[in-house]
Design a protein around this ligand. Sequence first.
Ligand code: ADP
Length: 262
Amino acid sequence: MIILKLGGSALTIKDADKPTIDDVNLERIAEEVSCYNQDMIIVHGAGSFGHIHAKEYAIGETITDDKDKSNKIKGMSLTQASVQLLNYKVISKLHEKNVPAIGMKPSSFIVNKNKRIDECDTNLIRQYLDDGFVPVLYGDAVLDKNDEIKYSILSGDQIITYLAKDLKADRVILSSDVDGIYTDNPKTNPDAKLIDIVTKDTLLTTTTNDNQADVTGGMAGKINELLELADYGIESQIINAQKEGNIKLAVSGKAVKGTIIK
Ligand code: ADP
């Protein structure tokens, strides 16, 4: 079974001032995904469909008073609806390519505690998978058991780590809008070098996320999640979804330029 992450930065225009899909990328990515016809779970990021609302309503930050709570409730409902709309667009495109995708809304069965998954029943995902469906989950805004925040953002990257462990994935592939993990942000530092293999001993001093739009920790958050997965014995791979053919090669188990986290 493979878990494939489609990065929000590849599916959406991440720094747009309103939720905006990248139609050209989505069309091509869905076509590439359709080349794989064995057990697969897809998790996609929220990109501009999540970050704008989440940031505006400060989801995940301490609730200051009743007025702030009402405001955050409004923010939760807007964020959930927005990422669900992106999910609908993704699964509809996959249907056009004959992938039996079914959207599974994370906030309807996952509860966080201090911004980490605390409750998540994966039985239903397993059942759909066993029947030949392709479950498609996504970064969402969820309930949080910490009473001071009550709601938090659940990144697609955290969902991947959890599902890979719980459902014992054979391979985990993350696609983003860069080739992998670099010594520094390749978008701002032209001298940044791609790192082929990252382990917990790799010294990464400059991986903070410079993308101000991202509320889930960007590349730094990804590395932490994937190192945790590696500690558990599951290797993962980061590749660039912007480059034609990469996803098709990666899902088929062929070599692709990128970073392996082990
Ligand atoms: P996605 O939405 O695809 O899951 P993110 O936008 O959260 O991905 O994170 C990817 C972004 O992280 C890249 O576009 C890149 O600009 C930024 N980044 C920051 N530091 C690094 C680094 N050391 N290596 C690679 N990318 C980095």
